[in-house]
Design a protein around this ligand. Structure first.
Ligand SMILES: *[C@@H]1O[C@H](CO)[C@@H](O)[C@H](O)[C@H]1NC(C)=O
Ligand SMILES: *[C@@H]1O[C@H](CO)[C@@H](O)[C@H](O)[C@H]1NC(C)=O
Ligand SMILES: *[C@@H]1O[C@H](CO)[C@@H](O)[C@H](O)[C@H]1NC(C)=O
Length: 358
């Protein structure tokens, strides 16, 4: 059943009919885990092959801000989300780096966006990481203002702010397993946490550790993208962790994060809690082409995608809408990819979570 509020089609009645017809067929693939509860969903924005959308933030007016990781460092804005074909606007491309990573709101309609150089062969490039500020308070944003470089970072990834001090931005470094801490007012950089770097798998040029980070209930939660093999099933698994974080954004020294949930997934990318104050984690699984929902007690279900489906192929991050019309819609960004010889670009897929419960 499709909820009446999935996507209000104010553009025309036909678009509503089309969006209902366009719901994907159920997947026939064997699941890694028994349960799945696929949510009604539709394409919000589709990018050409070769474009990898990496991260997402939502403006107070409801528009989506998207960062690209490939082929260049572009910030896009998606507006008219009520329409069958929302409007995608390229705001700017930063020429001094190859890629953008996490994006987060630091004060009303002001965002911090991380970027740096990435190479397929060597991964992140030390010395190229930067954090910029984008300001929408006076209408359309002007070109981003450099807040600071983060000279020792290797590969920035997820970003979040500290709830009580939103001018403090935390940035995950996936290679060093450092949480960098940037004061966007002072432009200073230090470390919020340092965990042991993961061993690099011999078969891969880079092994990604900490990926998505978010603060919830006094803890910094993170996905750890390094998979291990479950000894009894022989299948890959990855975990989420949490560690206490103080009001200034620092984790306690010499304290190991606690593993909170293990998922039968080879990869875990960014995630979000919600909708509103619901304590559900919605997790993008990158190369697994799925989105999972996880309950506080560790139960989980697949809510979108499948290994050989483009629905959320290379799911990178997700955020809930911010208006009364779409606060139940989970916007999932993707990197796209190649399935059965066909290549698709990254996109944004909207999932209707209104009927969902564990
Ligand atoms: C990133 O790489 C490009 C191309 O190699 C180079 O021109 C640019 O200076 C690099 N950026 C930084 C911040 O070092
Ligand atoms: C990430 O997972 C790997 C594999 O289980 C583990 O060795 C590493 O310590 C974890 N890193 C963090 C920061 O939790
Ligand atoms: C790829 O091929 C498999 C096996 O035939 C099929 O189940 C799946 O739907 C295909 N996926 C796409 C995106 O074409």
């Amino acid at each position: 059943m499709v909820s009446k509020s999935l996507f209000l089609a104010t553009c025309s009645f036909l678009t509503l009919v089309a969006s209902l017809v366009a719901l994907p067929p159920p997947s026939f693939h064997q699941l890694n885990h028994r349960e799945s509860r696929l949510l009604p969903n539709r394409v919000i924005a589709q990018f050409p092959a070769g474009t990898w959308i990496e991260n997402i933030a939502v403006r107070a007016n409801g528009n989506l801000l998207l960062t690209s990781f490939l082929p260049d460092a572009t910030l896009y804005e998606v507006s008219d989300l009520d329409c069958l074909s929302p409007t995608v606007t390229r705001l700017f491309t930063i020429d001094s780096v190859t890629s953008l990573f996490g994006i987060v709101e630091t004060s009303t309609d002001v965002f911090a966006v991380a970027g740096g150089n990435f190479s397929q062969s060597t991964g992140g490039v030390k010395g190229t990481s930067r954090l910029w500020s984008i300001d929408f308070r006076h209408g359309q944003s002007s070109y981003p203002r450099l807040i600071t470089s983060i000279p020792d970072a290797v590969l920035l990834n997820g970003a979040t702010t500290v709830p009580q001090s939103s001018h403090i931005v935390l940035l995950a470094d996936s290679i060093l397993n450092t949480i960098w801490r940037v004061d966007v007012v002072k432009g200073t950089v230090d470390k919020a946490a340092q965990f042991p770097p993961q061993d690099t798998a011999p078969s891969q040029p880079v092994t990604i550790g900490i990926n998505g980070i978010h603060i919830h209930d006094g803890f910094l939660w993170f996905t750890n993208d390094t998979s291990t093999t479950n000894p009894s099933t022989g299948s890959p698994e990855t975990s989420m962790y949490r560690i206490q974080i103080d009001k200034n954004g620092y984790a306690p020294l010499n304290t190991a994060p606690k593993k909170t949930i293990t998922l039968p997934s080879e990869a875990l990318d960014d995630f979000i809690f919600g909708p509103d104050d619901r304590d559900i984690k919605w997790i993008a699984t990158n190369s697994e082409n799925k989105v999972l929902a996880a309950a506080p007690d560790g139960r989980y279900v697949r809510v979108a995608g499948a290994p050989s489906s483009f629905e959320v192929a290379t799911a990178t991050a997700c955020q809930f809408g911010r208006t009364s019309r779409d606060s139940h819609v989970l916007y999932v960004t993707t990197g796209g990819g190649k399935i059965n010889g066909t290549t698709e670009g990254g996109k944004v897929q909207g999932l209707d979570t209104s009927g969902f419960s564990f």
